[in-house]
Write a protein of this length. Structure first.
Length: 133
């Protein structure tokens, strides 16, 4: 099914563009980086993005950076699907990059309440340091 969307696991530094370039998934040294310039509009789009991310993550204990700094509000049903995916994942750490420190604090509180190993940052350097820590 992944190949139908043009999704294949790739080597480090290789990037897969999705949603007409509005999203990118890349394998980096020690983690997967997911950037999106707009939110997934619906559950089908989220499924495509999730499949691309999952294709690059190791089966156990991987790390992920979600860069949402250039994106707008995500629809509620997509948000719920993302949280369910995070709650059921075996990822070691997830760093979320957001537009402001106030959004980072809000996201941190929500991740604690859900028991997800996610920490939100407004600074990419801090996020990468935390992932490696």
């Amino acid at each position: 099914a992944l190949h139908a969307w043009g999704i294949q696991p790739r080597g480090e530094g290789q990037m897969t563009e999705l949603l007409n370039g509005d999203a990118k998934v890349e394998q980096r040294d020690g983690y997967v980086r997911f950037w999106h310039g707009r939110p997934a509009a619906n559950l089908e789009e989220w499924g495509v993005l999730r499949a691309a991310i999952d294709a690059l993550l190791p089966e156990e204990g991987g790390c992920l950076v979600i860069d949402s700094r250039d994106s707008d509000y995500t629809p509620q049903d997509v948000q719920a699907a993302i949280w369910a995916w995070l709650e059921g994942s075996s990822m070691k750490r997830v760093a979320a990059l957001v537009q402001s420190e106030s959004l980072a604090v809000s996201l941190r509180m929500r991740s604690i309440a859900k028991g997800v190993q996610l920490k939100a940052f407004a600074d990419e350097g801090e996020a990468e340091a935390w992932l490696r820590g």
